[in-house]
Each structure stands twice: as C-alpha cells, then as structure tokens.
Design a protein around this ligand. Sequence first.
Ligand code: PMV
Length: 342
Amino acid sequence: MASRPRPTVTYDAPPNIALVKYWGVRDEELRLPYNSSFSVTLDRLRSRTAVRFDPELREDEVELNGTAAVGGPRDGVVRFLDRVRELAGTSDHASVRSENNFPTASGLASSASGFAALAGAATRAAGLALSDRDLSRLARRGSGSASRSVFGGFVEWRAGVRPDGFDSYARSVYPARHWPSLVDLVLLVRGAPVKEVRSNDAMQATVRTSPDYRARLAEVPRRLRAIRAAVGARRADRLFSLVMEECDSFRLVCETTVPSLDYLTATSRAILAEVRELNRAAGRTLAGYTHDAGAHVHVFTLARDLAAVRRRLAGIEGVERTLVVRPGPGGRFVRATSGRAS
Ligand code: PMV
C-alpha cells in the first residue's frame, strides 16, 4: 500500500552551553557518555527545522541555512532520519529545511539545537508522538549535547549505566525562571577556526590518549553535584568558580590529547585572562568563563554586574560580536501545515 503524503512539521530548539561538559563516549553507536553533564539552555537563539515525509521523493533532501547540505552534515541528518523511519515503520524519504538565527559553523552549539529541532520535527512529521524524554533519547543519537536542548532552564543529562542507553537522557532540574538574572555574555571571536576534527572523533581521541582523562572522570561527579547545588541556591560566586574549574579541566584533557586539541585563539585566551583579572581586582568571583570545542567564550555574570563586565571585556582585540543571553525555554512545536514547506 502506498503511504500518504504527510504534513510539513516545524519545530524550534535552542542551543545550550554545558557547565559540566560531555566529552567521551562508552558506546559510539548509541552515544552513551562516560559522565553525566549539566547545561543551561539559552534564550533568543534557535534552530528552526521543517520536515515533510513524501512518498514521491527519491532521496532525502536536506537544506541547512538555505544551502543544500553535502558530505558529513548531510550524512548525519540522513542517518538520523533512518532512525525515525525505523521507529515510524516507513520507508518514505523526507525533505528537511533547517536554519539558525545565530552564526552557524561558529562552534556555537548548532549541532545541539539542530538535532533537537530535527528530532521534534521529524518524529511528528512521521506521525509519532514522543514524550520529551523519548525525544531526548533520540536527539542524543544525533549529537550528545542535543539530548539537553529538548529541555529548558538548567538541564542534567544522566550518563546512565544500561548498555542499551534507555537510562541515558536529559531532564530539566530547574526551569529558566529559577534564575532570570543569570546572564551569559557570548563573545564571538573573529577568525574562529572551523573545527578540523568532528567532536565525536576528538573526544574519543581524548579518551584514548589523554593521561589526564581518568582523573577528570573521577572528579566530575563531585563537581556536577556542587554545580547543581550552586544553581539551586543561586550562589553566583560559587557557581562561577566551579564553572571555570570545570572548563579548565575540559581544556586540560583536550590539550593533553595526542595530537593536542587546541580550540582557542589568542583572543579566546585573552578573554579568559581578563575574567581572572577582573575577579582578582574585584576581590570576589563576579564572572565565570567557559567554552566548548571552539574559540568562542561564554562569560557568566549577574545582571547587576553586566555593564561592568562588558566594559572590561570591550577592549579585547578580536571580539567580533557579543550576544547577551539568559536561561531560556526548551524545544517547542511551531506548526504543522499540509503540503510543501514554504
Ligand atoms: O554534542 P556534540 O557531539 O557536539 O559534543 C559536545 C561537546 C561539548 O560541547 C564540548 C560539551 C557539551 O557537553 O556540550
């Protein structure tokens, strides 16, 4: 029996920034991490993805930010669609259009928002109605950090222990409104190199070769608990110190990977140094930095200190743009329309 044409479903999902990083998987196929991670979902930024399954299509059509996707990015989407087809029991190909309202390929976590949005759009477009927990498990398969972008606010992705990954999903620990005065200044660094090694390959190289990885794994659970507690109590100074400690631990295992993974530019390093100096001069920890596998730097502070922190960082050579974001809501269904995506 020929399958019916289905609606175009549009779904939005935000990026998130990890306060405790996911780095290293015990199962590459299922993307099961060695350690649990913890993040803040960011407001204002989003990937918007529209998906339609169509029995007339001879292959999947994937458009990312207005351009037909090729190579690795296309393959990742097609593999993800294969999983959705398997779940929905269909062999129809799909048309996928996705766009970000923030600079892509900039290391700004577009894989997290992108795969969370794709999970939300593709499952509904295939006629499935998944719970957010199931969406998180599914999004995890596209990109680990995407499991967290399904939810808003402060989110924990529990590593889980089961070999089948059933217990490896994210959940919201505190909603975005828990701490609206927490601000994330995202400093976009000019000339940030495009990633040479995919994060999956990079993290597995760390697991294999960094002499510091075991020690990191041993200390992460304690730090995660402390970070969760600092967020719960809205203790900014404690949170910022712990977030910098975690970022330094992440950077150390990257740098001691063979060959070394160095994601920062001179500008990124100047920002880290300036935040340290700012805290030293203030005699308290009024800001905390973190970065992912990229050159851009996130600086957390409270709304009341924002102007002072911005002024301080404004003089740094090589910062192209600064975005001011806060904790925000998770992924959301936008619309379903019949026929083609416009
Ligand atoms: O989800 P991926 O495969 O893009 O890897 C994300 C890794 C980090 O961003 C460095 C850390 C994290 O937990 O988001």
